[in-house]
Ligand binder design. Structure first.
Ligand code: SF4
Length: 241
């Protein structure tokens, strides 16, 4: 028997599979002027500045792609179990868009936007708790918790929920840690202050300070231009603005 004819060449298959994975779950909601994502405000401000200033859409890391895929299957995997745990009276809403409007001191309206992984509604239909899932590698597990807590709290406050829950899943071992907290308005106020600072930097075209936690640079798609930016700004130490 002769060889089967090859209908599609290897390069085309490689390009298709790679493209499908790298674009999977990519958020096409877009960002309008005067809009910020919650994720802009909980990590390195300089990274957020680069992302907005250059309207950047960096290629995602393998870690980020895997995280997106795991988020996608979470509903399928968890929904029946959560229904049992919480009872039929609680209603679950996955992937809920949330937003918060505010004005800068000179009256310019801005919107903070985000997507809560899961909102749990009580039997009266009120938002009770927001769940934020993070699928992360061991290396980042503990270091990133303050950032993840900030995001979970933001989604809870923006949803009007009383509580937030951070569910950390180690994507290598699937060990899980759940951290529950009351929604904290003052923590969210701090996030809005960070938004004001970022807007200030964008208006003045001033590169903001780097992260409080240097590990962020290790996983940052802007690390190369950031090195240059630090040279231009005569900065010697990473993370110092
Ligand atoms: S390399 Fe570090 S300081 Fe620079 S933008 Fe990225 S996280 Fe921020």
């Amino acid at each position: 028997m002769g060889e089967s004819p090859v209908a599609v060449d290897d390069k085309a298959v490689e390009s298709l599979v790679s493209g499908a994975f790298t674009s999977f779950g990519r958020d096409h909601r877009g960002r309008y002027p005067n809009e910020l994502w919650v994720t802009h405000l909980t990590g390195c401000m300089r990274r957020a500045f680069f992302s907005i200033r250059f309207n950047a859409d960096p290629v995602r890391s393998g870690d980020a792609i895997l995280g997106r895929i795991l988020h996608y299957v979470s509903k399928e995997v968890l929904d029946p179990h959560l229904a049992k745990l919480l009872g039929d009276d609680f209603v679950l809403e996955w992937e809920k868009d949330v937003s918060y409007q505010f004005e800068t001191p000179d009256g310019d309206p801005w919107l903070i936007k985000g997507r809560a992984d899961l909102v749990v509604y009580d039997p009266n239909g009120n938002a009770y708790e927001v769940w934020e899932f993070k699928f992360t590698s061991h290396e980042r597990f503990n270091q990133a918790i303050p950032i993840y807590v900030g995001q979970a709290n933001a989604y809870a406050v923006m949803s009007g929920a009383h509580f937030a829950r951070l569910v950390l899943v180690n994507r290598n071992t699937f060990a899980v840690r759940s951290i529950s907290m009351s929604a904290d308005e003052s923590g969210f106020k701090h996030l809005v202050e960070r938004a004001q600072n970022l807007i200030d930097c964008l208006r003045k075209d001033t590169v903001p300070v780097g992260p409080e936690l240097d590990w962020e640079c290790k996983f940052c798609p802007f690390s190369l231009i950031c090195v240059k930016a630090r040279e231009w700004l005569s900065q010697s130490k990473l993370g110092v603005g």
